[in-house]
Design a protein around this ligand. Structure first.
Ligand SMILES: [Zn+2]
Length: 354
């Protein structure tokens, strides 16, 4: 049995107080900070005694030798793990969902300066010209490190004219950050997987069809071994969410993950479970429907501090560009600095030879 689609219309409800509808269920804060490893259900289970929540298979039929991140590693999770995810499902989730999720959050990582292992974050299209390390644009943060190369900036945006990525505004500048092609529904599915991972065991009964359906989908197993059924499943997910954006430097204090549960007195037009992922300047909230819910139409937003800007995410539509606004002071560049910079840019394949 697989999960049928539930209808979710996102209507933002302002007059309702979030805390009157939802109770906090799970909260893991600062999971990006290296430190004590945590199993998200509060358990420590030996590898040869584990069972997978996504395929219901146990050791030794499936192995548990890989480290399963409860929240994606690509967003910066270093400490929160799941002992109920087998290697087979772990690989399938990685192959099927991580690419889309990574592409969707790339502009957010650029804005929040979440750098990769090499100390930089780069957004570019693929080179055609052998002399250049990009096709029409390259955005990079945190690359200038050589002490003798004083003129090379930490952050830069390079684009061929007419691409329209960088523009000046009254307060500073705006960047239209392009995303590489991705399937937005897989981004919802990636977030859904994180929400399921955190779900307390005593609630699994209410979500078991949803959890196993997602597992079958990522593993391409029956009935999702054909395109029609796969499409039907992924299109039938709620595919809605809320994005809250906070100004400043790391206003959300790193990466945190939350689940909220509708309290018993609240009307059932609100989805029973919400997953929230906070990372640096951004918070994403998605509804997670239980196996019995089919119509949940309202969304109420937590009382965020610092007045973020709030928008609805429609995961059935690809958002090719994310626009980020920055405040900045403009300073002139001296002529000799320009020449040195041009030289550096040529050395790095960022500017064509004259
Ligand atoms: Zn599994």
């Amino acid at each position: 049995m697989v999960k049928n689609g539930a209808k979710i219309q996102v209507r933002l409800v302002n007059k309702v107080i979030f805390n009157e509808i939802y109770d906090p269920l799970i909260k893991f804060e600062k999971i990006d900070v290296t430190g004590v490893r945590r199993e998200c259900h509060g358990l420590q289970i030996a590898k040869n005694e584990r069972t997978c929540m996504f395929c219901a298979q146990s050791y030794p039929d499936v192995k548990f030798s890989k480290i399963a991140h409860a929240v994606s590693e690509s967003i910066g999770n270093k400490t929160l793990f799941n002992h109920f995810e087998c290697d087979k499902c772990n690989s399938a989730f990685g192959q099927k969902l991580e690419d889309a999720f990574g592409k969707y959050i790339a502009p957010f990582k650029f804005v929040s300066q979440i750098k990769g292992k090499n100390g930089t974050i780069t957004i570019k299209d693929m080179p055609e010209d052998k002399e250049l390390s990009y096709k029409t644009y390259r955005l990079e943060r945190g690359s200038g490190s050589d002490s003798d190369k004083n003129y090379f900036p930490q952050d830069y945006i390079i684009e061929k004219s007419g691409r329209g990525i960088f523009r000046e505004t009254e307060e500073g500048f705006a960047i239209e950050i392009p995303r590489n092609r991705y399937n937005p529904r897989l981004v919802y599915a990636a977030l859904l997987k994180m929400g399921y991972s955190l779900l307390p065991i005593d609630l699994w009964d209410e979500y078991v069809i949803g959890i196993t359906s997602l597992g079958l989908y990522v593993r391409n197993e029956h009935p999702f071994d054909n395109n029609t059924e796969s499409e039907k499943y992924i299109n039938g997910l709620p595919n809605k969410g809320i994005l809250a954006q906070f100004p400043g430097i790391n206003p959300l204090n790193g990466v945190s993950a939350f689940l909220y549960q509708r309290n018993e007195k609240a009307p059932c037009e609100y989805t029973k479970l919400l997953f929230r992922l906070d990372f640096f300047n951004f918070s994403i909230l998605i509804p997670i429907v239980s196996d019995r819910e089919t119509q949940c139409s309202k969304f109420v937003i937590p009382a965020f501090q610092n007045n973020p800007s709030i928008s609805v995410i429609d995961f059935s539509k690809e958002e090719k560009i994310y626009t980020a606004y920055f405040s900045a002071e403009k300073i002139p560049i001296e002529k000799n600095m320009k020449e040195t910079l041009a030289l550096e840019l040529r050395e790095r394949g960022l500017l064509k030879k004259p």
